[in-house]
Write a protein that binds this ligand. Structure first.
Ligand SMILES: Nc1nc(=O)c2ncn([C@@H]3O[C@@H]4COP(=O)(O)O[C@H]5[C@@H](O)[C@H](n6cnc7c(N)ncnc76)O[C@@H]5COP(=O)(O)O[C@@H]3[C@@H]4O)c2[nH]1
Lengths: 186, 186
């Protein structure tokens, strides 16, 4: 079951390393972005992880929804990993506009392993196709949810959002989904 | 089968992105390291990927063998990936000394997904333990070998080395293994 291994890989090789450092990263970012970011209070200090059911991932969020604007990157974290010295881990900060035009800063990205699931479903030699892919995304989501709920290092530092693709004809589907989840945690 | 998915992920999410750019990276590196690196000719322009059977991975190669010295990193490659702007991909250059004390530059790293296999075998909830791990490493190696042999983008740009752990009491086991594979391709 590919999704099971990819969820563990995402946790063990990434979330477990970066989530404990996220708070400090955001604090450092705010101290260097004071003039332009007095309102982070309305945003979120958790990493928002997007899991679209159709594994349809874009590399720039603003291409999905014009109420989303790339703001800047958090400071780099460098970690020696498996022979690569100072491998760089970073997150991007986006400003998400609500229906009143007010901006909310948040650290958000897609769950990168979904790119692997998507590409594998296109490669005939990889062993699974489009019909299985949706199942695998759900398995990825549930496995990851389970791992994170039992993780002391990651507790309260993330927000996992499963995106149902039925409303994708709504041009502000993504910003509304993100804002809905931001409100839930305030 | 976790190893199958991790091999595909390693190819689709990393090797397929970085191997086509490796030659240019090395050329840029040589132009900024001319005074100290006239002898790259004895080294290799392929990415050397180490796959230790026991999944025993260190984060700094020189800790495994004092005939290996970290030299410098190749220039960063930045790619927008799944919402992370300018995600950084880099490789480390090591100088490997042979038995005459001569140095050979090479770009070498461990296969990062083995860290996931190792950690999963330690987490009881992940579903497999130490006995299965060796099998999974072999499956990872064979699957990756197969994928790379059929990949046009990656052809001739890598060297996959399976490290048998029986000789680990030899303090120069790793440098000798690397040099043996470097000679094979000259
Ligand atoms: N040596 C090395 N250098 C790299 O820069 C690199 N980037 C990826 N990989 C390995 O390739 C494969 C595919 O990567 P993907 O991005 O889909 O999954 C990644 C990704 O979803 C997430 N992740 C890891 N590093 C980052 C990062 N810097 N930014 C965002 N996500 C990351 O966590 C997963 C597991 O990472 P690794 O366990 O380090 O190994 C990966 C993986 O086996 C790398 N390997």
């Amino acid at each position: 079951n590919v999704a099971h291994g990819l969820a563990w890989s995402f946790y063990l090789g990434y979330l477990r390393l970066v989530l404990p450092r996220l708070e400090d990263s955001i604090a450092a970012f705010r101290s260097t972005h004071q003039a332009s970011s007095p309102f982070w209070g309305r945003g979120s200090r958790k990493l928002i992880i997007l899991v679209p059911l159709n594994a349809n991932i874009s590399h720039k969020l603003e291409e999905q929804d014009d109420n989303i604007h790339f703001y800047d990157n958090l400071p780099n974290t460098e970690i020696d990993r498996a022979g690569v010295r100072g491998r760089v881990y970073k997150h991007s900060v986006y400003r998400v506009l609500d229906e009143h035009g007010k901006g909310h800063e948040c650290v958000v990205e897609y769950a990168t392993p979904l790119l692997t699931l998507y590409s594998m479903s296109q490669e005939s030699s990889a062993g699974f196709g489009e019909p299985e892919r949706r199942q695998q995304v759900l398995l990825f989501f549930r496995t990851l949810q389970d791992i994170l709920e039992h993780s002391l290092e990651c507790r309260n530092r993330y927000k996992l959002i499963l995106l149902n693709d039925e409303h994708e004809n709504n041009p502000h589907f993504l910003s509304e989904a993100i804002l809905r989840h931001l409100e839930q945690q305030e």
